[in-house]
Design a protein around this ligand. Structure first.
Ligand code: SAM
Length: 230
């Protein structure tokens, strides 16, 4: 296997400094090492990881205000939260995933990379009912977790009024947005789409801004959210 190197990282993410390059290389090495023992990602080639995991994750960096409190829901191996924390060390990051073994990886990875982030082992449906987490974040992130109508119910309860749910999506989001219109209405959100032309195509980040508090009945119990989306 080829190694991750500075040239690859800088070609995808031009403004990186020496510390950030070292952090991304450490993260890559941890990812590949742990991936040989557990299923973290199918993407393992250095150039593909640099593009489709690292550079893709940092696309949202300009959408985060200074010192934002951020939760990454269904973070898996740490995407997009960890790359964003590397390029935006000012943010406060909480990583949430329902798989315990991924949380073990995330804790080790954060320590190897040298970043501070809390890693919470829980389903979003339960974590969003924890008073320390509910309506306490400026931003909820999600990538490759669920369709938008499901994601809104899993992420919006975490954010404060005025905060936003940033959902990383493929280029064409019109159909998903259409299917999410009642979830947006019920959860009191207004969505806008940001498109990014990148070396591997076009990516969209849908930003759903929360206009009013979330009714206490959301998110519903695990199972209902996916089976019967709003
Ligand atoms: N966000 C990562 C990425 O972009 O590579 C991981 C995507 S992976 C396909 C989906 C992840 O979401 C898995 O790690 C899974 O355990 C987690 N997940 C799915 N539903 C969840 C829920 N309701 N609450 C918390 N985590 C969830």
């Amino acid at each position: 296997m080829d190694e991750m190197n500075e040239a690859l990282l800088v070609s995808e993410m031009p403004g990186l400094n020496e510390d950030q390059i070292r952090q991304f290389i450490n993260y890559y090495n941890m990812l590949i090492d742990w991936n040989s023992r557990m299923n973290l990602t199918r993407i393992t080639e250095p150039n593909e990881v640099a593009r489709k995991h690292f550079a893709d994750s940092v696309l949202g960096a300009s959408l985060l205000k200074q010192n934002a409190r951020v939760v990454d829901v269904g973070t898996g191996a740490g995407f997009p939260g960890i790359p964003l924390k590397i390029v935006r060390p000012d943010i406060e990051l909480v990583l949430v995933d329902s798989l315990a073994k991924r949380i073990n990886f995330l804790k080790e990875a954060c320590s190897a990379v040298g970043i501070e982030a809390a890693a919470v082992h829980a389903r979003a449906e339960d974590a969003a009912r924890d008073p320390k987490l509910r309506e306490s974040f400026d931003v909820a992130l999600s990538r490759a977790v669920a369709p938008m109508n499901v994601l809104l119910e899993l992420t919006v309860p975490f954010i404060k009024v005025g905060g936003c749910s940033l959902m990383y999506k493929a280029a064409s989001v019109d159909e998903e947005l259409g299917a999410a219109s009642s979830a947006l209405r019920i959860l009191n959100c207004r969505a806008e789409v940001r498109s990014f032309d990148v070396s591997w195509g076009t990516r969209s980040i849908v930003s759903a801004v929360k206009l009013k508090k979330t009714d206490g009945k959301y998110p519903r119990k695990a199972g209902s959210v996916e089976k019967n989306p709003l």
